[in-house]
Ligand binder design. Structure first.
Ligand SMILES: [Zn+2]
Length: 301
């Protein structure tokens, strides 16, 4: 989802630097336009919620950060963009861009934000021989690309309402963003979802095989299939660029194209794919950027 070839029109406007110290909610007024940014999860692996309000109709295009972008979608309160912050973005001051399309072409308004520091642990991982063999299987790369295509789903409709909930009633291991070194030397995480980087993309729940797995929120099932590394997998498009993936299931009970509500049982937990023990892996993505499900759950959209 890197920004490529985007032409920014000559009119470039630098907005005032926002003061983030007091409140996680930045509010900037700019020639008839109000930009509100929820920065409460402004950290690597977190997100920015960008809302626009204006007296006249806005040609809101996208919000950008360090070359990454998320489109604006219409809501009853005005255009909103959910901008994931990749784990690779350095902590410190950063420039949030708001791209608008007007009669005189595109313009970009810059808002100063601060990305909080976040340290991610590092760990060595090992898999049983029959599971690490999956990393060398002929279909592994093809399957990772298939999963990535589903993770980059966009719907104009926001299907979910209210906070996302964990897929199982269990405590997650705090594994998001952890750098993993596989003893095989093969990139387990890259082979899972086709995205670059050997950091863990979600939360893991250690539950017995056969535990009911529920949808974290409403959406449309865009993938429900067995994949080489991710195992039996369900991808849910919640809308507005927000997507959940649930991996390593033993059984899938939804079908592609099915519209589901939050808490709908989608299958049973298992240990399929490249895992060492039974677990549910829940990953969340915004416009194809892996973000911490903990940050998504903590956000009031
Ligand atoms: Zn996992």
């Amino acid at each position: 989802m890197r920004l490529r070839g985007l032409v920014i029109a000559p009119l470039f406007v630098l907005g005032p630097v926002a003061h983030a110290a007091d409140s996680p909610l930045l509010v900037e007024h700019f020639s008839g336009l109000t930009i509100t940014v929820d920065t409460s999860q402004a950290r690597p692996g977190g997100l920015l919620v960008v809302k626009l309000r204006a007296a006249r109709p806005l040609g809101a295009v996208a919000a950008t950060l360090d070359g990454w972008r998320a489109p604006f979608f219409a809501t009853s309160e005005g255009p909103r963009a959910l901008l994931g912050i990749p784990v690779t973005i350095p902590a410190g001051p950063a420039q949030l861009g708001v791209e608008l399309r007007g009669r005189r072409g595109r313009r970009r308004i810059a808002v100063g934000v601060v990305v909080a520091a976040q340290r991610f642990a590092s760990r060595a991982t090992s898999l049983p021989a029959d599971r690490s063999a999956l990393l060398r299987a002929s279909g592994a790369v093809r399957d990772s690309r298939r999963l990535l295509a589903a993770l980059r789903s966009f719907s104009e409709t926001a299907y979910w309402n209210g906070p996302l909930r964990p897929p199982v009633e269990a405590n997650a291991r705090a594994t998001f963003g952890v750098t993993e070194r596989s003893e095989t030397g093969l990139p387990v995480n890259q082979l899972l979802d086709g995205l670059y980087g050997e950091y863990h993309r979600g939360l893991d729940y250690d539950v017995p095989i056969g535990t009911v797995v529920q949808a974290p929120a409403a959406g449309v099932v865009v993938l429900a299939t067995a994949l080489t590394v991710a195992g039996q997998t369900v991808v849910i498009d919640h809308g507005h660029g927000l997507v959940s993936v649930l991996c390593h299931l033993s059984r899938i009970e939804v079908t592609e194209g099915q519209r589901i509500e939050g808490r709908t049982p989608i299958g049973l937990s298992g240990d399929t794919g490249a895992v060492a023990a039974p677990q549910v892996h829940w990953g969340t993505y915004l416009s194809g950027i892996a973000v911490d499900p903990g940050a998504i759950m903590a956000t009031a959209f």
